[in-house]
Design a protein around this ligand. Structure first.
Ligand SMILES: [Fe+2]
Ligand SMILES: [Fe+2]
Length: 134
């Protein structure tokens, strides 16, 4: 079976901070991997991929916050709060997935794509603008 892609990486998602861009690309890869697992894998296999995505998201958020701290980004507290809210929301989707709620797969995938792309565009872009403008 041919690999189907849920999110295609676009040049416009790049923020110009190589380490952050690389991590965002990895998140896209993991979301695509989750999509494939949902199409073809068992609940247990998909659950593992989902856990890997959540773990990497937590790592990425910590890295991004560390970078903001290091450079005295003024919006750090707000950004940290947004990250914490996203993790909490993602975990509530994980629980619903584990409970095998009908139709949860599509909702979960939509949530992952929506938060990632919107968060990059609306929030992470501000960090990049600040860092690059310094
Ligand atoms: Fe990010
Ligand atoms: Fe962020």
């Amino acid at each position: 079976m041919e690999d189907r892609v849920y999110i295609s990486w676009k040049k416009e998602y790049e923020l110009g901070i190589p380490e952050i861009d690389r991590q965002h690309m990895r998140l896209v890869e993991l979301i695509n991997k989750l999509y494939m697992a949902m199409e073809t894998g068992t609940v247990a296999e998909t659950g593992k991929v989902l856990q890997g995505l959540i773990d990497y998201t937590v790592t990425h958020f910590a890295e991004e916050e560390r970078l903001q701290e290091q450079h005295g980004y003024p919006g750090l507290d707000v950004h940290r709060k947004l990250h914490a809210e996203l993790v909490a929301e993602a975990l509530s989707y994980v629980r619903r997935f584990q409970a095998e709620e009908p139709g949860i797969e599509a909702n979960l995938m939509w949530f992952m794509k929506d938060w990632l792309l919107n968060h990059i565009k609306r929030e992470d872009a501000n960090i990049a603008a600040y860092l690059l403008g310094k």
